[in-house]
Design a protein around this ligand. Structure first.
Ligand code: PHE
Ligand code: ZN
Length: 849
């Protein structure tokens, strides 16, 4: 039962828990339709709390019996949990509840995925397993006994014993309930081991279904690399005898950092060269690292309440970004991260769903696992590091781990360690956590008598509930180039703290060309009316790889916008600039490939909206097609040559070097296909022995309006592999024309292998539609209507995944009146659905407000 009137939770209402937990003993008697959960929990009054009633969260539980200190009690049950009269002083609570994992399609709490029992407790899923103070500031050691028929039964911590039909686990590290996990099923392990720097041996295992053993090696390797990296870079050692990872097919998110027992969406762990692309391999490596890094940033030090989510997520994303930058190419990683930030976080920050990195209120916390909390949260830490320097950052982190190990903390605690370690006052910096919206940064310049002055103005537009914005602390990394291309002022970080602020540089022989916001040193929109020549100059001469890329990106954006507005021909300066970089072998292939990545169509729509114009998705689509055609023509000779030069010989390795070559080769294949009609792509498809080459070839063919035989062959070969079939579903929609995208998606929802209950499959189809800009935003509203139909169907089954995908509508107010009317109708239809979940109601409510 969902509450009738959704309640809003406020950060300002935080109160410490009335009772603390000393220890937890759980026994699970597993059965698909009637699992019994027996709990024995030692409570004591919290000396730091102002009293308060004894309340335990509990949802969708059948209480069989309850006792306090051995005597049966009859608690008062509410929709959200129970209350009970308790003795003064410490006491032991016992309860037995019944739950039905098989009926759990929301994939939160204890559920079943193809015969396997598994759990997902973050954020508030533990209350669907048993009665408990389900809040992160209540931490306790857990002992867990699992009884059942499954050959493998796992929980957190170290194994204590295992016998016929039972297994027992003990986790000595006090943890909040959201980190609890249990897995039971017919599983096989890829095993490994790791010797920590203090010499302890840790047994590692990646558990998968029989048949998937061949797809775990990469995850295992990434795990070892992550463990070593966290020791070397952060001085953090692992703290249990075992580390288990389990792959689960039905999972709402990417993965979960449960203590000692990480549970992964199988898409985020399983990989072989035949079934996974280079991008998949890189993503798996970073998610393995991310979850592992949570052991310290999240588990040993956790969050006081869910408003502090960015304390663990922003920091852990930042850490996994550093990890990938160290392992692969720092420049390419930065570009990838900024592309992702702009594609996912900027639209959120500039629309109805905008919220601070640390939100101040929510109705459903599951709706706040957002790009803002994660990716902008990581950007904020990057800025902090830029401001205090590497040494200051290292000192602050050491202090953080020293001071707060074993605690549930806040952003205030986090900032305080930086203040104490570096002596800096971070009160203004804290606004980054409190103020929503993407700041706009504009620049004026003047040059007189050898003195060059840059004047910056910052402005953050209003966001829902925050009309007035204050100036933020902006670290602006800057370099100056002389007109001949030499760097006259190497990178330095300017610290902007006012709404308008000037910086001067003296003794310059001539007016320099500024390279502003190097490495994307702050997550802002730079509004610089730079001219085309300056951008072309920076594209050719900037020594900062990010800004070199950025200059090209800006040129492409302006070229596309001019085409949309006036039908202007593609900018020759961009075409020539790209060609020059592609030819320059001093740049690594992955970087060269990044130079070809155009702004997304949604970003172009936002750029137009920012300039007060109404974006036309079809015109944007047309402009992008035109630019790609022009590039294909401009590179008619270079593309085939580069394609050949990038051929990889020898065994497949998903490392930066090989995958960079394949990325560039595949980008060339896209251009070649525009000229040869798919001949080369068909050949690549036929010869490919890895999924990276296969999928790229298939994409090219589909884009060219071909590929039916290949699509059928692909289906034939991979129909039993769910993860590969997700690609088959998604690709057909992604590569469809704007006219065909909706029909293709509709047809695929009728395919026998379409399964709404599997989040990966649902996302493969409906997520691909939502990501097809011109297809989703079709003028007649068919895209909106189809997505709304499916969200309405999914909501009662899996509210989290449905609500998450509702964000596809967040930009609806950018478009013309006709599209707006269709989008509004779709949103209102969702809002009017009887019994709509709290998750869904909050999302549509915010978007319609
Ligand atoms: N905490 C997980 C992570 O970032 C994400 C997650 C959130 C997974 C909620 C499941 C549910 O690693
Ligand atoms: Zn995380």
């Amino acid at each position: 039962m969902k509450d009738a009137a959704p309640q809003t939770v406020h950060l300002s209402d935080y109160a410490p828990p009335a009772f603390l937990v000393e220890e937890v003993h759980l026994t699970f008697r597993l059965a698909p339709r009637a699992t019994r959960v027996l709990s024995r929990i030692c409570f004591r009054p919290n000396p730091d709390a102002a009293g308060g009633a004894f309340f335990l969260h509990g949802e969708e539980l059948t209480l069989i019996r309850a006792a306090i200190d051995g005597a049966e009690v009859t608690p008062e049950l509410t929709a959200a949990g129970l209350t009970c009269t308790v003795p003064d002083g410490p006491f032991t609570w016992e309860a037995e509840v019944e739950i039905a994992p098989e009926a759990n399609t929301a994939l939160e709490g204890l559920y079943m995925s193809r015969g396997m029992y598994c759990t997902q407790c973050e954020a508030e899923g533990f209350r669907k397993i048993t009665y408990y103070p389900d809040r992160p500031d209540v931490m306790a050691p857990f002992t867990v006994r699992i009884e059942g028929e499954a050959p493998v039964m796992l929980s957190n911590g170290n194994p204590v014993g295992v016998g016929e039909g039972w297994a027992e686990w003990h986790d000595p590290w006090p943890k909040p309930a959201y980190l609890f996990a249990l897995v039971a099923g017919d599983l096989v392990a890829e095993r490994g081991s790791f010797v920590t720097r203090s010499g302890r041996t840790v047994d590692l295992a990646v558990w998968v279904r029989p048949g998937d053993e061949g797809k775990c090696a990469w995850a295992m390797e990434a795990l070892g690399t992550s463990m070593r990296w966290d020791e070397e870079r952060y001085g953090r050692e692992y703290d249990l005898d075992v580390f288990n990872i389990v792959a689960v097919d039905d999972f709402n998110m990417g993965a979960m950092e449960n203590k000692g027992l990480n549970i992964f969406n199988s898409a985020a762990v399983l990989a072989s060269p035949e079934t996974a692309t280079d991008a998949n391999f890189e993503r798996i490596e970073s998610i393995i690292a991310h979850e592992y890094f949570h052991n310290w940033t999240g588990n040993r030090i956790t969050c006081r309440d869910w408003f502090q989510l960015c304390l663990k997520e922003g920091l852990t994303v930042f850490r996994d970004q550093e990890f990938t930058a160290d392992l692969r190419s720092a420049a390419v990683k930065r570009i990838e991260d900024v592309r992702m930030l702009r594609a996912r976080q900027f639209p959120e920050d500039q629309g109805p769903l905008a919220h601070p990195v640390r939100p101040e209120s929510y109705q459903e916390i599951n709706n706040f696992y957002t790009a803002t909390v994660y990716e902008k949260g990581a950007e904020v830490i990057g800025m902090l590091k830029r401001l205090v320097g590497d040494d200051g950052y290292a000192k602050a982190l050491d202090l953080y781990f020293d001071r707060h190990d074993g605690q549930a903390c806040t952003i205030e605690d986090w900032l305080k360690v930086f203040e104490d370690a570096t002596g800096r006052d971070l009160s203004q910096f804290k606004l980054w956590y409190e103020q929503a919206g993407t700041p706009r940064l504009s620049v004026e310049e003047s040059f007189e008598g050898g003195t060059y002055t840059l004047t910056f103005t910052q402005h953050t537009p209003p966001t829902p509930g925050q009309e007035e914005k204050k100036p933020l602390v902006l670290p602006i990394a800057l370099g100056l180039l002389s007109p001949n291309g030499d760097e006259v002022v190497p990178t330095r970080v300017l610290e902007m703290t006012e709404a308008r602020q000037s910086f001067t540089f003296e003794g310059l022989a001539s007016k320099p060309v500024p390279s502003i916001l190097r490495g994307f040193s702050a997550p802002v929109v730079l509004e610089r009316a730079a001219d085309r020549d300056e951008r072309a100059f920076l594209m050719a001469h900037d020594t900062d790889p990010f800004n070199k890329w950025e200059a090209g990106r800006a040129l492409a954006r302006e070229s596309l916008i001019a085409t949309v507005r006036t039908g202007a021909a593609p900018d020759a300066a961009w075409l020539e600039g790209v060609a020059a970089i592609l030819r320059d072998e001093s740049f690594e292939p992955a970087f060269r490939a990044q130079m070809l990545a155009l702004p997304t169509q949604s970003e172009l729509a936002q750029s137009l909206a920012d300039r007060g114009e109404t974006p036309d998705p079809d015109a944007i689509w047309g402009a992008v097609e035109g630019l790609k055609e022009a590039l294909a023509l401009h590179l008619a000779d270079l593309a085939p040559a580069l394609y050949d030069a990038m051929r990889v010989t020898g065994p497949y390795i998903p490392d930066a070097e090989q995958s960079g070559k394949r990325t560039l080769a595949n980008a060339m294949l896209g251009l070649i296909t525009r000229r040869d009609g798919g001949e080369r792509a068909a050949r690549q498809y036929a010869e490919a022995d890895n999924m990276t080459l296969t999928l790229a070839a298939l994409a090219c063919l589909l884009r060219a309006g071909k590929g039916s035989p290949e699509l059928a062959a692909f289906h034939e070969r991979w129909q039993d592999d769910r993860l590969v079939m997700d690609k088959w579903f998604g690709l057909q929609i992604m590569e469809a024309t704007p006219e065909a995208a909706v029909e293709t998606a509709r047809r695929l929802t009728g395919h026998p292998a379409f399964d709404m209950k599997n989040p990966n499959r649902f996302r493969a189809v409906l997520g691909a539609l939502a990501g097809h800009h011109a297809g989703f935003h079709r003028a007649d509203g068919a895209g909106y209507a189809l997505l709304a139909d499916w969200l309405i169907r999914l909501d009662p089954v899996n509210p989290q995944t449905a609500a998450r995908m509702m964000t596809a509508f967040q930009t609806w107010r950018r478009y013309d009146a006709g599209r707006q009317a269709h989008a509004r109708a779709a949103l209102e239809r969702i809002a009017a659905t009887p019994g709509l979940s709290r998750d869904g109601a909050e999302m549509v409510g915010r978007m319609l407000a």
